[in-house]
Design a protein around this ligand. Structure first.
Ligand code: SIN
Length: 296
């Protein structure tokens, strides 16, 4: 039997009773999609997934992105991205070491936005007392929208925001020790800046979502720069209030699936080079859910 048990927090639920390595019936996919839209962040514990099995699960919800920065993609599974601080015997990185280490929403820089990040924990770093490190922190953008002042909700009605992939990339590059190279002209051309509504209607729940994030949101379209900067700065402070936050402490075998329309996230880099972290990621695009919205 499938159970969905909500966390005692603003976001999150644990889904038990499913082996995600096996093909799932349509009813289970609908249950997961509904739970995702209700809870924002889902944990499926005790999973054991090959890249092919993870892809087979993820692609039930939408098409899978091949990330423009996936330099470690294997020929067989380019939709799988390895996020890791580990290196091989020759010292070559096994994955992107600093992925997501600041607040952002995956793929908000893309013309087709993402529905969900599907992240499988192969290796979780621990401190000397056995406590897990490398949490992923989430913020709830339905709660953040609801808590906006009425006058600002009215100002944001019908407004669009430009999102730019290069913004977050350059911010990460500027960090001491970063070995990210500048995006190539081809990568820039593949992901040019795009505009999305500042307030989205979630295609599964129908809830209003504040769709802005400090990682990629560059400006409010058509507004004076000073006004745009001031309102974005307000939104970035507002959306990261403690009341909207939830921290996931990883266990190896966790498959986490989170709503990339209605949440922001942040990979906490509180572990050292000797404390190994390895995650296997798929990005599910929101093409299918926007083509067939669930709410009436
Ligand atoms: C990401 O932003 O996809 C990375 C999240 C994580 O590694 O915790």
């Amino acid at each position: 039997m499938v159970t969905v048990v909500a966390n005692d927090a603003v976001l999150g639920a644990t889904v038990d009773g499913l082996d995600l390595a096996q093909p799932l019936p349509d009813a289970a996919i609908e249950t997961i999609l509904t739970a995702l839209a209700s809870h924002g962040v889902l944990r499926f514990p005790n999973q054991d997934l090959s890249p092919a099995q993870q892809k087979a699960f993820a692609c039930r919800f939408g098409s899978l992105e091949v990330n423009v920065a996936n330099r470690n993609a294997t020929g067989e599974h380019p939709e799988i991205m390895i996020l890791s601080n580990m290196v091989d015997a020759a010292g070559k990185p096994l994955g992107l070491a600093d992925a997501g280490q600041d607040w952002h929403t995956d793929m908000s820089y893309s013309a087709t936005i993402a529905l969900a990040n599907v992240l499988f924990a192969i290796k979780v770093p621990h401190d000397d007392h056995g406590q897990p490190l490398g949490d992923t922190r989430f913020a709830d953008m339905i709660a953040a929208y609801e808590a906006l002042p009425t006058a600002l909700k009215q100002r944001l009605d019908g407004v669009t925001i430009t999102h730019d992939f290069n913004l977050f990339w350059e911010r990460m590059r500027a960090r001491p020790g970063s070995n990210r190279q500048p995006l190539t002209p081809e990568q820039r051309a593949e992901k040019p800046p795009v505009s999305h509504p500042a307030v989205m209607v979630h295609p599964v729940s129908g809830a209003k979502v504040l769709y802005a994030n400090p990682g990629y949101a560059a400006c409010i379209d058509g507004w004076e720069k000073a006004d745009s900067d001031a309102v974005l700065a307000f939104l970035f402070r507002h959306q990261l209030q403690d009341a909207f936050l939830y921290d996931h402490h990883w266990t190896e075998g966790d498959l986490m699936m989170w709503d990339n329309i209605a949440t922001l996230h942040y990979a906490v880099a509180d572990y050292g080079a000797h404390q190994h972290r390895m995650m296997q990621r798929c990005q599910v695009m929101a093409d299918q859910v926007f083509a067939h919205p669930r709410f009436r």
